[in-house]
Structures are given as C-alpha cells and as structure tokens.
Design a protein around this ligand. Structure first.
Ligand code: PLP
Length: 390
C-alpha cells in the first residue's frame, strides 16, 4: 500500500490533503514521491521560516539528538535556559513558559491571565475578549477564544468567559469592557482569518485601554511572529508591546515547540505547580529553536525579509491593477494575501499542478507564507503563473 492509501485508511480523516506525498525538502524546494520539484510558498503553514533542512538547524538537531533529547522539567538543561534568556533578551519579556504547539502556548496564556487576577483576590475577573475572525487553536479553551463559528460547530458547550468583538474597532472593544475582563487577546496580523493586519492607531488604543483599565494584553504571534512580518515580532512594527505573547510555528523551524512569554509582573500569576507539560522545552526542540532565533533575529536577515516582502506585495498589486478577479492585496513582510472574487481552491490546485505550493483560506483568499529565505526570482516565477491563470 502506498503512503496516500495507508494514510487515508488509517489516519483520522480530519485533513483535506493534496494528492501527493512529499519525500524531501531543501531550502524553498520540496520533492514529491515521483521526483517532481515544487517551490514552497507555504512553508508548512508559516513554520519553516528558514526553509527546509537549513544546514545550521540540521546541525543543531543532529548534535543535540546525539547528546540529550529529553529529561523532563524536573531538571535543568542548558538549551532550554539559553533559549529562554535569548527570547527575553530579544523581546519585552522577562519569563518564558515552553509548550509544544501554538494551542498549548495560548492555553498557558489564558490560564496565566486568569490566575494573575485570581491570585490578587479578584475572583470575578476571568473574562477574555478576543477578535472576530481570530484563530487561537483547536483545544477547548483556544477554540473558545477563537472568533470563527465554523470551527466551533459541533463542540458546544465551550468554555465560559470568552467574548468576541470586530477587529480594528476600538469602540466595540471599549463597549465590552467591564470589571470582569482580565485580558484582551489578539493577533497583530490575523492569519487564518484572512491576513488582516491591525491598524496602527487601533493597536495603540488597545494598549492604552489595557493600561487604563489594568487589563492584560495578550498578543498571539504564533503565525505573524518569528520574522514572518519583517520584524522578529510583528508588534515591533507597531511600537506596541503586550504583557503576554505566544509563539510556536516558526520558532522550531519544524520541530514542535511553543512558548508563552510574559513580563515579570504578568508572570507572577504562576507559581510552582500552577502549570506544566511533560515535553515543554526539551533539549532537542530548544536547541533547534535557539539556532532559529539566532538566525532570524539578525537585523540584516530581517531587513531582507522586509525588502523581499515589499517586492512580493508590489508584484501582487500589479496583478490587482491588471485583473478584475483580484479584490484586494494585504499583509506585511512575507505574510501576504491575494483576495479573489471567488474560488481560491481552483488556483491552489492549478498552481500545485505547475509545481507551486500555496494555500487558500476563507474560500476566496490565497495565502502566501514562503520560507523567509525566498528570492525575488522565485517570486517572479509564481507571479508569472498567477498572471497567466487570472
Ligand atoms: C495565530 C494562531 N494561533 C494559534 C494557532 C494554533 O497553533 P497550533 O496549530 O500549533 O496549535 C495557529 C495555527 O494556525 C495560529 O495561526
């Protein structure tokens, strides 16, 4: 039985997969079982920021895999300590909790926000406001936080204490605030919702609101962080810092790792025993992630992401001027979207046949999240093909 038949027979049918199995990746390229080569404009859904099998990451994984893979969080290890201190050095945060995925990092953030106020004796302050069209994960708490009904259907009743307001609407947010709200949680650039960046004034106003009402501000940078938008963390582009931030996806360049970062004050919400996970911050995952942060956190690297992203966006805008089917071009850095009048699926399939991997979200939107090392001439190839198909 081949890999496709075996998967379809034995794995839960929760994913609609393209009908090919991949066997190899290198840089921005992937190869399928038949030896066909593809340019990857999705990077495993914004995960392989440094491309496939980056030599430095492979070396870090190999070295750590032959030294120490796991001991549990009952003990100390150097890679975890190094990654935590590096993340704090590169961000607003003072402390890091390591998890294994984005949803788990967000679970930690939700729990921290609630416990921060419970510890202060404010037992009624447990509500979290999130945004419509947001996506925060598939566990029950993160599903409750997510602002998209279609993902929640069939799982009710969800967790109490979450409400959603329209994104980029400060009045709607202000109207929801009362003394029961402990946190506001948002993606500075909404990913799954359709690549929708926060308005700079809005993000500033949200920060001010949180300061005035003493509410914790949580940024979910699981998709838009780690260099994806042209800064190590997307909120740096806005000059607005949160109290808590979550990371995952590109942090491990493919190794599963999530992280919740917090200020010293917010971090006081957790004590010994408040939260835990067996695999969080293994030496293997953190050794890989440390190398990722070292490479992506470099100014020259990030300047190039911004320049390449700008070029890509301009080329997409030219398509918009030329083709009436293109409704909008959005995004920051190398997290970009082309909104069509209908049927993104057709383009995803046709481009796949031609050797380009992209994906469609919200039915009409083509999402581009290539490895951050993509070059202009590779973008040109995609644009040429899109131009032809449109
Ligand atoms: C913004 C955001 N938050 C959370 C998640 C959930 O991450 P994971 O799939 O690793 O649980 C995702 C995944 O797409 C995401 O884009």
């Amino acid at each position: 039985m081949d890999s496709i038949k075996k998967t379809d027979n034995f794995v839960f049918q929760t994913y609609q997969r393209q009908g090919k199995a991949f066997v190899k990746g290198q840089g921005v390229f992937l190869w399928d079982e038949d030896g066909k080569k593809y340019i990857d404009f999705l990077a495993g859904i914004a995960v392989c920021g440094l491309g496939h099998c980056h030599p430095k990451i492979t070396e870090a994984i190999q070295k750590q895999a032959s030294t120490l893979v796991h001991v549990s969080n009952l003990f100390y290890t150097m890679p975890q300590a190094d990654l935590a201190s590096k993340l704090c050095e590169k961000s607003f945060s003072d402390r890091v909790f390591f998890a294994n995925s984005g949803a788990e990092a967000n679970e930690a953030a939700i729990k921290l926000a609630r416990r921060y106020f419970q510890k202060k004796g404010e037992k009624n302050r447990f509500k979290i406001i999130t945004m419509e069209q947001s996506f925060h994960g598939r566990t029950m708490a993160t599903l409750s936080a997510t602002g998209q009904d279609k993902i929640k259907n069939g799982f009710y009743p969800l967790l109490e204490g979450f409400s959603h307001v329209p994104f980029n609407d400060i009045d709607a947010l202000k109207n929801k605030i009362d003394e029961t709200v402990c946190a506001i949680m948002l993606e500075p650039v909404q990913g799954e919702g359709g690549i929708i960046p926060a308005d700079p004034d809005y993000l500033m106003a949200v920060r001010e609101l949180c300061n005035n009402k003493e509410i914790l501000l949580i940024f979910d940078e699981i998709q838009c962080g780690m260099g994806r938008c042209g800064a190590l963390f997307a909120h740096e582009l806005y000059g607005v810092t949160p109290d808590i931030m979550t990371l995952a996806k590109a942090l491990g360049n493919g190794l599963p790792i999530g992280a919740m970062l917090a200020t010293q004050d917010a971090a006081t919400g957790f004590d010994f025993g408040s939260h835990a996970t067996t695999f969080g911050g293994t030496p293997l995952a953190t050794a890989a992630a440390l190398e990722v942060v070292n490479i992506i956190g470099n100014k020259i690297f990030l300047d190039k992401v911004r320049q390449t992203g700008q070029y890509f966006k301009e080329e997409l805008e030219k398509l918009k001027e030329k083709h009436t089917r293109v409704v909008d071009v959005r995004g920051q850095g190398l997290l970009l979207a082309l909104e069509l009048d209908k049927d993104a699926g057709f383009f995803v399939k046709e481009l796949f046949k031609k050797g380009f991997i992209i994906n469609g979200i919200q039915d009409k939107i083509l999402r581009f999240a290539p490895p951050l090392i993509i070059e202009k001439h590779e973008i040109d190839r995609l644009i040429k093909e899109l131009d032809y198909l449109l």
